[in-house]
Design a protein around this ligand. Structure first.
Ligand code: MF3
Ligand code: CO
Ligand code: CO
Length: 296
């Protein structure tokens, strides 16, 4: 290991912490400049930059999340219930040594969110809710594996969907793909929202404001917030080691939401369809890597 050439274990750390190297960057396995940035992002923005070790662990959690999403996808057809999906997600997660993060999270009663048609997000699975031909359903999976969270979702058609429903899903999916293009060091958080909003509104869809992407790591939701609307050139600068979700929710009608009496289910105020795609990303030196990769 010659990462920190010329620095002895007992030398004072070149990051400027005042600690001995062995008590600081050496142990953290960070180069001193990375340690300085890490400290700055924590102090200024409460953002935990992730180490290569953190990222490796989140990649493993992310793979499980995508495998779980695909298991859900493969069972979706008219006649099943959203509780059937919950059961599969719950059991598959436990079988793989992980914990379903939604279960008991701020009182959420199930292991996955299932959001049908005009439900924007946080739909609660139920054995009473039977999927029917033409529905669209978002399945949002978050797992905790070895202490690390990964979070991803997709919207699926149930049987044959209307052209409008198919178009909404395509625009939502494309909006996430377009956002990926601006995920690189030096760009800003606001660039992500700007790309999504410009594209989605140009396609006649609206962008939900009340729910945003989020930092993620050893916690479900960390700093920073990642709005899916906004202005280019605004917000915090993206730097390597930042990990956050991007998860645009697009509606066919008005952007506004309300929460049902169950205190969770967020629906469109006008009953219009809503679709969403989510992945967990890490900013790298050259751009980004999806930790929950599926094709966009
Ligand atoms: N997975 C959602 C997100 O993308 C959060 C769900 S919180 C829950 O942030 F409690 F509803 F599960
Ligand atoms: Co999320
Ligand atoms: Co999610």
């Amino acid at each position: 290991m010659t990462l920190y050439e010329g620095v002895g274990r007992n030398d004072s750390c070149p990051c400027g912490s005042g600690l001995k190297f062995k008590k600081c960057c050496m142990h953290k396995n960070l180069a001193p400049s990375e340690r300085r940035l890490s400290d700055e992002y924590l102090r200024r923005y409460q953002i935990y930059l992730k180490t290569p070790q953190d990222i490796a662990a989140m990649r493993v959690a992310g793979k499980l999340v995508v495998d779980t999403l695909f298991k859900a996808r493969d069972m979706i057809k008219p006649g099943i219930t959203t509780e059937d999906i919950n059961k599969v997600v719950h059991e598959y997660t436990l079988q793989n040594g992980a914990i379903p993060a939604p279960l008991n999270y701020n009182g959420f009663p199930k292991s996955v969110c299932t959001s049908v048609n005009d439900v924007i997000c946080h739909g609660i699975p139920s054995s009473e809710q039977i999927l029917k031909d033409g529905d669209i359903i978002n399945v949002d999976v978050t797992s905790i594996l070895n202490g690390y969270y990964a979070d991803a979702n997709m919207t699926f058609p149930v049987g044959d969907c209307s052209p409008e429903a198919l178009r909404l899903m395509e625009v939502a999916r494309n909006s996430l793909k377009k956002a990926c293009a601006v995920l690189k060091p030096g760009n800003r958080i606001g660039d992500i929202g700007a790309v999504i909003q410009d594209y989605a509104e140009g396609e006649g869809c609206s962008v939900v404001r009340e729910y945003v992407g989020h930092g993620i790591g050893k916690n479900f939701h960390e700093s920073p917030n990642v709005p899916h609307y906004g202005k280019k050139g605004t917000g915090i600068k993206l730097v390597p080691g930042m990990v956050f979700t991007v998860e645009p929710m697009l509606n066919l009608g008005l952007p506004h939401s309300r929460v049902l009496d169950d205190d969770w289910t967020a629906v469109t105020v006008d009953g219009s369809l809503s679709a969403q795609y989510e992945q967990t990303f890490v900013i790298t030196e050259s751009g980004y890597e999806s930790l929950t990769p599926y094709e966009l």
